[in-house]
Design a protein around this ligand. Structure first.
Ligand code: ZN
Length: 141
């Protein structure tokens, strides 16, 4: 059995062709793709996202057990978490605890492009490189 699963998301400018059906939305929302099912992830969920200028998530949400990491790859946005507002941009990394009531919007002139990683809060057993181990083999290409 292979230790690899792969998926090619393609160019970011095409990410708005994806659509995601959320139970709270009357029509599918564009620009969100979950990788968990495509890759067989079972320790985290990851989504690739693009939100056009002038758009925002039209509801608040929180999580039962998952912390979320939002990694902003491009654009400018504004988050609201537990009533606190702050701006984000390319390079921003935002961790939100499960109970944080959140929403966000694009406040720039270009798409807000971001990755969301969900993992069960408290499940990480090591940080940094501690889980890795060097394999005794000469690297060859
Ligand atoms: Zn979430």
């Amino acid at each position: 059995m292979s230790n690899i699963t792969r998926f090619e998301a393609g160019p970011v400018q095409n990410w708005d062709s994806w659509s995601f059906k959320h139970p709270l939305l009357s029509k599918p929302a564009p620009g969100k793709l979950f990788l968990g099912e495509k890759l067989g992830l079972d320790g985290m969920e990851v989504s690739l996202n693009t939100l056009p200028p002038g758009r925002g998530v039209p509801f608040y949400h929180r999580h039962r057990r998952h912390e979320e990491l939002y990694l902003v790859l491009a654009g400018e946005g504004e988050f609201q978490v537990d009533g606190e507002r702050f701006e984000v941009r390319e390079g921003s990394a935002i961790r939100i605890a499960p109970a944080g009531v959140r929403t966000w919007r694009n406040i720039g002139e270009t798409p807000l492009v971001y990755v969301v990683i969900q993992a069960t809060q408290g499940s990480l057993e090591q940080q940094g490189i501690e889980d890795g181990e060097v394999v005794d083999a000469q690297v060859r290409w």
